[in-house]
Design a binder for this molecule. Structure first.
Ligand code: EPZ
Length: 418
């Protein structure tokens, strides 16, 4: 099991190129199941989650290649049962459900297990597909969905936490081949959902309103092969922006879309960060000590839950009292006990973390638990006194392409130890 060893104290400077978005590439790869023709997808990050998805597509019968960030998929003949041992490892594999059902009239997929950031229900996914006419049953930990014909209609996809990203993706993909028009109310507006809709429209789908709470999909008979470039990963970009702020350095993230991080940027400005912004780059600096911050995570365009752990690390070493409220995954605080081992002063009241900034953190061996919590621990290690060992680094490899070499190129002292 690899670990990352980070020696704190260096200011990060320089430029880092942001990779393609994991959370856009995963549903787009699933969408290739909707056509027997070849799809070519560029700017795909080389991550373990991506390789899991490619293995699932191959298991289903698709021909798949992946080199130099370009994936080709040709799902000419596919079967409809997904491999349990692969699906259970990655929640996002649930997004093959909609395409499989629409393409072959049935789909068998194991219920995604929970994970450390909390229970990961799929009740809204299944309800949405049933409303489109699917018969959905669950047995032996598997979901069985069948539909001789899907029929377009109105589908409300709100959860008590707001909208669902992959739930919107699943229903939208299924609706592309349904008979008639589907209106999704309370749809997710994340840039990754919009990117999927653009991909589907290039395949011949008729989708409007993507990026807003109401998406209209007019069903078509079939979809064709397509070439597409995935949007940049806004969460990777935000993570390196925080690396610049926490080390009081001067890092420019390149090949990213500033508009995908508006809320995050505004909140960082409100506590003293100064940004220089271009069409596809941002330089992050801290001219003077940052001040504390109140943040509530929300669905897009609100503050992204996927940036919550990283901001907790930053606020741990920012003077004053910061209040972070997690409204999407109330249990997404596995990083807090680890940050406290490094000297952070944090109290958790329900889904609210109250962080009292300390002058500095001290290195400690810490345990990564989920993708973004691991990133937060690496960020803390960049400023902690001494060598911080972040164990179970496979979590971080799920969502950050070559994080050690990218950080080393910015001046961080970090090495990967077998
Ligand atoms: C996507 O997960 C992302 N993953 C997550 O990123 C991200 O944190 C999340 O959206 C929220 O933005 C991918 O895109 C692959 P949800 P998803 O359905 O779609 C509840 C990362 O770090 N809910 O939007 O699975 C759910 O429990 C990952 O890259 C239901 O109640 O999340 C949660 O509280 C982590 N019933 C809330 O909705 C359902 O049927 C939002 O979840 C579905 C969801």
């Amino acid at each position: 099991m690899d670990k990352l060893v980070v020696t704190g104290g260096n200011k990060l400077k320089g430029r880092v190129v942001i990779s393609g978005s994991k959370n856009s590439a995963l549903p787009i790869l699933a969408a290739t199941l909707l056509t027997p023709e070849q799809c070519i997808i560029h700017n795909v990050p080389d991550l373990s989650d991506i390789r899991f998805m490619l293995a699932i597509l191959r298991f289903l019968g698709a021909e798949v290649t992946f080199e130099n960030s370009t994936v080709t998929v040709k799902a000419e003949k596919i079967q409809s049962e997904t491999p349990y041992d692969l699906v259970r490892k990655m929640r996002a594999s649930i997004c093959v459900l909609g395409p499989l059902l629409a393409r072959s009239g049935e789909a068998i997929i194991s219920m995604p297990g929970g994970c450390v950031i909390g229970d990961r229900p799929i009740d809204i996914h299944l309800r949405g597909l049933e409303i489109l006419g699917a018969q959905v049953t669950t047995e032996g930990g598997n979901v069985l969905a069948r539909a001789s014909k899907l029929r377009g209609t109105d589908v409300y996809l709100g959860t008590k936490f707001g909208s669902t990203v992959l739930g919107t993706d699943n229903v939208m993909m299924a609706a592309t081949l349904a008979e008639g028009v589907t209106n999704i109310e309370s749809a997710a507006c994340e840039p990754e959902v919009k990117d999927l809709a653009e991909f589907l429209n290039k395949m011949g789908a008729k989708i409007r309103g993507h990026g807003t709470r109401r998406i209209e999909i007019e069903g078509v008979k079939s979809l064709h092969g397509v070439e597409h470039t995935v949007i940049p990963d806004r969460i990777e970009a935000g993570t390196y922006m925080i690396a610049s702020l926490i080390t009081k350095g001067e890092v420019t993230v390149e090949n990213m879309e500033p508009a995908h991080l508006n809320n995050f940027i505004e909140r960082m400005k409100s506590c003293g960060a100064v940004f220089r912004t271009g069409p596809n780059w941002i330089t992050s600096t801290v001219p003077r000590e940052l001040s504390s911050l109140d943040v509530v995570t929300e669905t897009f365009p609100g503050f992204p839950t996927d940036m919550q752990a990283q901001v907790c690390a930053l606020m741990s070493v920012t003077p004053g009292i910061s209040v972070i409220t997690e409204k999407i995954f109330p249990n997404r605080y596995m990083h807090l006990p680890e940050l406290k081992r490094m000297g952070a002063k944090i109290d958790l009241e329900g889904a609210t973390a109250i962080i009292t900034g300390v002058p500095g953190l001290s290195a400690a061996p810490v345990m990564a638990s989920d993708l973004r919590a691991s990133a937060a621990l690496v960020l803390a290690g960049l400023v902690a006194k001494g060598k911080t060992e972040v164990n179970r680094v496979y979590h971080i490899d799920r969502g950050y392409e070559r994080i050690d070499s990218k950080l080393r190129a910015l001046g961080a002292e970090i090495e990967r130890v077998k």
